[in-house]
Design a protein around this ligand. Structure first.
Ligand SMILES: Cc1ncc(COP(=O)(O)O)c(C=O)c1O
Length: 449
């Protein structure tokens, strides 16, 4: 079907009144004054209600890793809706939830072999933190309650996630949050790392700050450390070379659980099923979401090592072992979509494809060096970010203008965090589309100079 006939077929009516929807993480007034409305998608493209094509350089929100509206995923969701709309996962089960758990466990490294399902990345991180606290309780070390996050980390918007997270705007309105939380320093230093392709050489030593926190709080009180292998939302901060290995060693030394938040990096973003594999580090838990269904149905989860699951499997067998879960944990539609997405990743070898494209992607990203106001470019896997100098009187204006012009004038979707522009396309992106993404970015950067 040609884009034009598809656009005609799917044309939607846009309501006159946009006011009732309080949009998340959005400048509502600016959006409602000049909406960036999307009504349809296919493969690498979004379409506006008028049928205008917009190149998706963001995989939606870092999630549609297999591209949009893939036929097999659509068919799987439709068939599942007709067969079993909902069944509870508390005390009952449906076959696809077990099948999907096994498929995800098989992709995870080492003995990460049990999967707890939820519905989002925020729920995944809160679930992992709760499992860590409960784990120490069942092990008889219930005093281990302190949780360690990292500055500039993003772990979603639940109270656990924002507490261990390190992004000021996400934290400042929400009072005391969880107590008993501390943070490692973030790993970014422009003077040492600017314009690095992939993982920077400088920064592994920053993991040693965990030793300082152990000295301050005592390891016997620390339950877990949670980090993103690549901090995405704060502007693509790749882990420095050797950093994650060092963190693992220090956690092992003090018997502290290590959680990787792979909500973005999971399912191929860094050229492997999980970033843990890229870095040769086995964490105790992996949080995932987004790419598990290629963004098509909400789903998240936590993969736990065998020893963690086994620690809970004691006491009378009729008793609930972990008092945690969501009505929609392992929702049938999400499981069907997840299985179809994993089939696509396997059949099209998309993780390896991302790996192969990385060098080309990195070169294209770095070609923006030298454009007006470009302070730094970072890249890892199929992800890149460009820091633009802020206007002295209007921090965030350049980023916002680039996003708006991108959508309305250049036909491209980019993400912004303040004056940082981020791109992270579906893993199906072609070499020609990589060229197009960075050409459009270059022209946007000139436009907002
Ligand atoms: C690393 C990380 N963790 C957690 C989340 C939260 O995911 P969600 O928005 O699905 O709750 C995100 C979202 O971008 C993320 O990037």
């Amino acid at each position: 079907m040609s884009p034009t006939s598809a656009a005609t077929q799917f044309r939607t009516t846009v309501p006159n009144d946009l006011e009732p929807f309080w949009m998340p993480f959005t400048s509502n007034r600016a959006f409602k004054a000049r909406p960036r409305m999307i009504s349809r998608a296919k493969d690498m493209y979004y379409y506006t209600p008028e049928g205008k094509q917009v190149l998706d350089a963001c995989a939606g929100l870092w999630c549609t890793n297999a591209g949009h509206n893939r036929d097999s995923i659509v068919a799987a969701i439709q068939a599942q809706a007709a067969e079993l709309d909902f069944s509870p996962s508390f005390q009952y089960g449906h076959p696809k939830s077990f099948e999907l758990a096994a498929r995800i466990a098989a992709l995870a490294p080492g003995d990460l072999d049990h999967v707890f399902f939820c519905n989002s990345g925020s729920e995944a991180t809160d679930t992992a933190l709760k499992i860590a606290l409960a784990y120490w309780n069942v092990k008889g070390e219930g005093q281990r309650t302190r949780l360690i996050g990292r500055e500039r980390g993003y772990h979603g918007v639940g109270f656990g996630g924002i507490s261990v997270g390190g992004m000021v705007n996400n934290r400042k309105f929400f009072g005391g949050l969880l107590t008993g939380v501390d943070h490692l320093p973030h790993t970014y230093n422009r003077a040492e790392q600017a314009f690095t392709k992939g993982e920077p050489e400088w920064g592994a030593h920053l993991a040693d700050d965990l030793e300082n926190l152990v000295t301050l709080h005592s390891a016997s009180n620390i339950a877990a450390v949670i980090v993103e292998p690549m901090a995405g939302s704060t502007g693509v901060l790749p882990a420095p070379k050797g950093y994650l290995k060092r963190l693992r060693q220090i956690c092992d030394k003090h018997n502290i659980l290590l959680i990787f938040d792979e909500v973005i990096t999971g399912f191929g973003r860094l050229g492997h099923a999980f970033a843990a594999e890229r870095y040769g580090v086995i964490p105790d838990m992996i949080c995932f979401a987004k790419g598990v269904t290629s963004g098509s149905v909400p789903m998240g989860g936590v993969i736990a090592r065998k020893g963690i699951y086994d620690a809970f499997m004691k006491g009378p067998d009729y008793m609930v072992e972990l008092f945690h879960g969501y009505t929609y944990s392992a929702h049938p539609l999400a499981c069907a979509a997840g299985l179809a997405a994993l089939d696509l990743y396997r059949d099209e070898d998309l993780f390896a494809r991302a790996n192969k494209l990385e060098a080309k992607w990195a070169d294209a990203a770095m070609s923006l060096k030298g454009l007006p106001n470009v302070l730094d470019i970072r890249q890892v896997g199929l992800t890149a970010a460009v820091d633009l100098a802020s206007k002295p009187d209007a921090v965030g204006r350049r980023g916002f203008d680039a996003m708006e012009k991108g959508f309305h004038e250049q036909g491209i979707m980019v993400r912004t965090a303040g004056d940082t522009l981020a791109v992270t396309p579906p893993l199906t992106v072609t070499e020609a589309q990589i060229g197009e993404i960075f050409d459009k970015l270059a022209s946007l950067i000139r436009q907002v100079a």
